[in-house]
Write a protein that binds this ligand. Sequence first.
Ligand code: GLP
Length: 308
Amino acid sequence: MFNPTHAIVPYFPPPRILSCTPSHLPIDAAHSSEMHTVSAHSSLAFLPQAHHNAFAMQKIPVEVFPSSQDAVAKLAAETAELIRSNEAAGKQTVLGLATGGTPIAYYKELIRLHKEDGLSFANVTSFNLDEYAGLPQDHVESYWYFMHQNLFNHIDIKPENINLPSGTVADADIPAHCAEYEQKIKDAGGIDLQILGIGRTGHIGFNEPGSPKDSLTRAIELDPITREDAAPAFGGLDNVPTAAITMGCGTILAARRIVLMAWGEGKAPIVNEAVTGPVNDIVSASYLQEHANSVFYIDQAAASKLEA
Ligand code: GLP
């Protein structure tokens, strides 16, 4: 079983402050947050002006959709356009993919576009964000299994172009495995479009509180809140893995475009924290404030606590 002492970046659980003010933060984080309040996010330019003005506190562009279905329809159409334009230029498209309940409708829409609209994934390479430590590929809760059930088995992506971190690599080999994952992403030309959900701790991938902005793919100990959220799927807390291998925040932030999806009232507080709060390592999604081409696609319920 995974031993966290082998993690490339050791994990030291910080105090859990989900609603923090700059005074709770290290000087650098508080400073960078202030910087962001004054320097507009460069991609705000593509938002309608009224939207920008109405949400002056928001430091990441947010598109609020009437329903999650509307949001995934737009994101899937964007994805299809990206794949087709790259294909026309003779290029591969590199997608960064996420798991969890949130992206399932998006994957369904991609499958529909493949079956009904002829969208081919033959020129797509995928990199998933993360995998539970200790789970083999055929475990029903492994992310490898999830991705095959919810997407890969229904499209024409080539198996050799599918990449996920391994949950069963020997502890001693984890650093090399993570370095290899990073190298594969680089060799593929970097990620064109990174899809994200958000965990209740504010994590992207499994970058739990305390994850540095420049962190790379590594082993990480899961936060108790994250394990609690996963407990029903695993039939109880005791069955939930205690660790995972995840792309780092730096890996994610290197993507050329990032779209974070969130649905439902349960996500509303953490969405607000990520979008309007200070940039800090407690809520790793807040780092997206410092990305030039990141956007949140959320439904009205997830937008219900956004501070204007
Ligand atoms: C897990 C995954 C995240 C995901 C999160 C939220 O922690 N590692 O990538 O965003 O769950 O899951 P859900 O979409 O089910 O709320």
